[in-house]
Design a protein around this ligand. Sequence first.
Ligand SMILES: [Zn+2]
Length: 507
Amino acid sequence: MTTKAGTTTPIEAGLVSFDEALTRYEPVMGLEVHIELNTASKMFCGCATGFGEEPNTQTCPVCLGLPGALPVVNEKAIESAIRIGLALNCEIAEWCRFARKNYFYPDMPKNFQTSQYDEPIAYEGWTDVTVDGEVFRIEIERAHMEEDTGKSLHVGGSTGRIHGADFSLVDYNRAGIPLIEIVTKVIEVPGDKAPEVAKAYVAHLRDLIGGLGVSDVRMDQGSLRCDVNLSLRPTGVTTLGTRSETKNVNSLRSVERAVRYEVGRHAGILDAGGKVVQETRHFHEDSGTTSSGRVKSDADDYRYFPEPDLAPVAPSRAWVEELRATLPEQPSVRRDRLQTDWGFNDLDMRDVVGAGALELVVATVEAGASAQSAKKWWLTEMARRSNEQGVGLTDLAITPAQVAEIQSFIEAGRINDKLARQVFDGVLAGEGTPEEVIASRGLALVSDDGALGESVDRAIEANPDVAAKIRDGKHAAAGALIGAVMKDMRGQANAGRVRELILEKLG
Ligand SMILES: [Zn+2]
């Protein structure tokens, strides 16, 4: 089946296509997003939090869970958690505690994770996401604080998973890095929209929380991870079906694909009269499929209890209001404002956002270009080049300021659009600044009347019929002579001045 996003969901035995599943079932989703905060130190100790450091160099007795080590809460992490809660329109708890979530994992040395259970720092919020111009409100159940686990590396075997591995290594650098887990309430949207809403929600959180400056929100580095809870129920039935939880889906596209795949897999099981197992599942990027992880425990099995080694957190209302005042404009509000400022219609705006060019256009406009010209260059010339090079727009070797500068040269009549493309070529090829490329490639338009006049005379002489028409007042015919002059001057004549000269000479 070819889906809207151009992805292909493989049909396996027992798997029903997404579209067919929707004829009999309604998907119900819940999304859990983990955000790693970018605090300088960990959640409960002073260890550094740098990404990609030498394994086990950022550890201490607290984050290694050594007996007798006592944790202390990182105030900056609390502040970040409150800001995230406020950005998601949540209530902020006046008093809350951490809790121990007991389970064994080799990369969790204490045998419990310090998390929050029935007393989250933020709860009862909402946020709006837009898909194809339609707004969907996502209700937020809670945003709570917890610590990340370490990282296991399974060596040998073909899957990178523990099964079949020769041995496993554990890196505790990540253990204790502050996390915020954001849990939605049940998301009920039209089934055909579910995959895109899930993807749009994660993209929205990335922008929103990235805008707060509290996390790098890099899915590729694991600082933003999404778990997709999904169940199906027969159309018209209100009780919820058994859910699966697809863990750590690590790209926006995969979020959408995971929803599609699980809808088809659940439908296949239900169609055959089977029962969906409540379990965690792994998503496979290469095949777009999921496979069974572990049978998922209910909360009871974790034996949650309040963490006795940490004082409760009771943020004062004054502090909460102070933090509320620091919130940046919400992304959706900002987009609406930019659209108005720029005079863009919905389609213009969607094109810019969809191309990932919003910040580039913002920066280009800030550097002095008009919004229309900024959009034009980023969505045509730059988009084409980024496709050709297989890199993102932001990775191109040109800055928004340079694009704005090139546009200003066009407006000043020094170059035209055609020459501008050559300037872009030169800048991207590392030939220097726009000014240097124009000089070294000799790209400036000729506006000098002496040189232009001679060329105009030659064009008139070579095209007596056209010249006669212009003399008779048919000024539209001047285009043919301008074309001849441009050709003569290899595209570097100032077309506006050429036209004036033609009309002066034949007027
Ligand atoms: Zn530590």
